[in-house]
Design a protein around this ligand. Sequence first.
Ligand code: 13P
Length: 265
Amino acid sequence: MVNEYEIKKQICDIGKRIYNRGMVASNDGNISVKLSDNEFLCTPTGVSKGFMTPEYICKVDAEGKVIQANPGFKPSSEIKMHMRVYRERPDVNSVVHAHPLYATSFAIAGIPLTEPIMPEAVIALGCVPIAEYGTPSTEEIPDAVSKYLQHYDAVLLANHGALSFSDSLLNAYHKMESVEFYAQLLYQSKMLGGPKQLSDAQVQRLYEIRRQFGMKGKHPSDLCPNYKAGKPSCHGCGGSGSEKKCADADTVALITKLVLEQLGK
Ligand code: 13P
């Protein structure tokens, strides 16, 4: 078991990484780690997460109330959002919130990351929805995020940023990196005339690889109602957690066939 001081140091290291990679500006972003059902470490509010030392890190209970904090430090103003993730996802041991440039731009433009454009993003994330806007530090953000928690390991926060969570601090951070890289590739390929999406069959093969690897966490590939009914999952529906309706696999196949017939192919 890694001791608490070591975990505090790891939180500071991840804080440096998100700051140095430009995933947060100024004092933005926050990070937390679960120690036990009623003990969590979290970054303090209002400091640059790129320049923290272990003494900055606060300890809170499952309600987000302070158990220990050094003078001058108070837990993140977004602690309610972190606690909602832990409450509703017992498999999660760490939560990362940041404002990465490209992912946040998509969150501001109201465009979820649903285009299957590269294997790694399809396997690691599936698609990334946008949780409805909420005022920072209130219950509005936890409430908005809640409906996506059983279907995804990362969500965009409308007009705000991104949230990722996983079984470890490093994995939660890696999800954030993957979201940002995916958003950047999507943006840049749109600038180059539009991405060429992977085909449905290619996406199904990637989903199958994910299942074979037994990858942890929640992913649309396992949650799509089509898949549950023994049909191929449709990419982008995100199970019932998304506003976007799940396209029926038979209907999609029929429409594709009719269109190809019309084109004489
Ligand atoms: P805290 O410094 O209170 O964690 O807030 C930063 C932030 O990014 C709020 O969304």
